[in-house]
Ligand binder design. Structure first.
Ligand SMILES: NC(=O)c1ccc[n+]([C@@H]2O[C@H](COP(=O)([O-])OP(=O)(O)OC[C@H]3O[C@@H](n4cnc5c(N)ncnc54)[C@H](O)[C@@H]3O)[C@@H](O)[C@H]2O)c1
Ligand SMILES: [Zn+2]
Length: 356
């Protein structure tokens, strides 16, 4: 089993990655079982796929375990569902010693983590991510939260889990489009942090049927863990994780949530950001094409013509736009990201042509 440490002093925790890990999860967690109530927060489809097996393993190992489900979809990240889960936990006699297991993708992880951060002023939780995006991104780093009508993730907390358990075999049941979306974030890690990793991904994506998920997840987690360990609260360094996200978020908002997956939008946003980096003289044409060709290997949704004038307002309201200036993440060479305020509106508009 590979274990990666997120180093945050007394809030440090391990990320375990291994095929078949679900079978060992009860024995790994039993070190932390002292008779308290354990609650799996998940979705019913995921309970049927692997949650009930996990519950049985926990019960066989003498855990006092139960489960609560959320609906499927982004709409589960709301205050009503949050209150309902908290209410159910009270009904299950959870107290301050209760421990949550977030079993699911980013939606489950974000809500369950936020419940953990606030239930009786904070209880312990573990992440067992089940989507590729959650395995390489949302389960690590402690960002938790829900949406309000005014915007996504506007209510939340940075609250670290006690551990993250990743079983890449769980991806077997994940719809292919969800896997592809997760690969967008995997490519991001190579682009911003490790040129050799990007080159490896470039060859791996030539045949997606043989893609070595365990290796790619492990490397991605190592990179995310290193960035978060150095900058937990997104001072500066953690911002580079937003590479491709300024235009990506704008595409999500412009097309409407549910029309394009987050990771797909990020993949397209990275093509634009690569173009911008090249125009600023930070990336060579050759490097830009390595990035673009890697992304182009992913079967991404075809976009109808994107009108820059429609996209621009969303780019300007992106939360990375601070004090009037847009803080844009660019590549200063492959495998090395930096932020700049030198990106003009015209350049962003010009970059959108790589999408059409
Ligand atoms: N906290 C963070 O740092 C962070 C980072 C990135 C994204 N996010 C959040 O993550 C959310 C998106 O997460 P997501 O992309 O994982 O989507 P998701 O959680 O909605 O999961 C996608 C779908 O796949 C299903 N599913 C999950 N695992 C499965 C499996 N193994 N087999 C079959 N079906 C499975 C789910 O039931 C769901 O219908 C967004 O709300 C986003 O804001 C958070
Ligand atoms: Zn992302």
């Amino acid at each position: 089993m590979k274990s990666i440490q997120v180093n945050l002093g007394n809030r440090s925790y391990p990320i375990h990655v291994q095929s078949g890990l679900m079978q060992q999860s009860a024995s790994i967690l039993s070190d932390y079982n002292h008779g308290q109530k354990w609650v799996i927060i998940s979705q019913f489809n995921l309970m049927e796929l692997f949650g009930f097996d996990l519950l049985n393993l926990l019960k066989e190992a003498d855990f006092d375990a139960d489960f609560v489900t959320l609906p499927v979809g982004e709409s589960a990240k709301n205050i009503t569902e949050f209150s309902r889960v908290v209410g159910q936990m009270v009904e299950l006699n959870c107290d301050r010693s209760a421990t949550i297991i977030a079993l699911g993708g980013g939606v489950v992880g974000d809500v369950a983590g936020f419940v953990a951060s606030s239930f009786m002023r904070g209880i312990e939780y573990y992440q067992i991510p089940t989507t590729l995006l959650a395995m390489v991104d949302s389960s690590i780093g402690g960002k938790t939260g829900i949406n309000i009508v005014e915007g996504k993730n506007l209510v939340g907390a940075i609250y670290q889990p006690q551990g993250v358990l990743i079983d890449p075999d769980i991806l077997d049941s994940l719809p292919r489009e969800e896997v592809i979306a997760g690969l967008g974030e995997v490519i991001k890690y190579g682009a911003i942090w490790d040129r050799n990793f990007l080159n490896e991904i470039a060859s791996w994506v030539e045949n997606l049927d043989t893609f070595p998920y365990e290796d790619a997840i492990t490397k991605s987690c190592e990179i995310k863990a290193e960035v978060v360990s150095k900058d937990e609260r997104e001072g500066d360094l953690r911002r580079i994780l937003n590479f491709g996200h300024t235009i990506g978020h704008a595409l999500e908002s412009h097309l409407g949530y549910g029309r394009i997956r987050h990771g797909e939008a990020v993949a397209l946003g990275m093509k634009c950001a690569g173009f911008i980096s090249q125009k600023l003289g930070l990336l060579s044409k050759e490097e830009q094409s390595t990035l673009v060709e890697t992304i182009n290997r992913l079967p991404l949704p075809e976009l109808r013509h994107i009108n820059g004038n429609h996209l621009m307002p969303f780019i300007k309201t992106d939360k990375k736009s601070e004090k009037g200036g847009l803080n844009f993440v660019v590549l200063d060479g492959l495998g090395n990201a930096t932020t700049t305020t030198d990106v003009t509106e015209d350049l962003i508009q010009e970059s959108l042509k790589v999408l059409n």
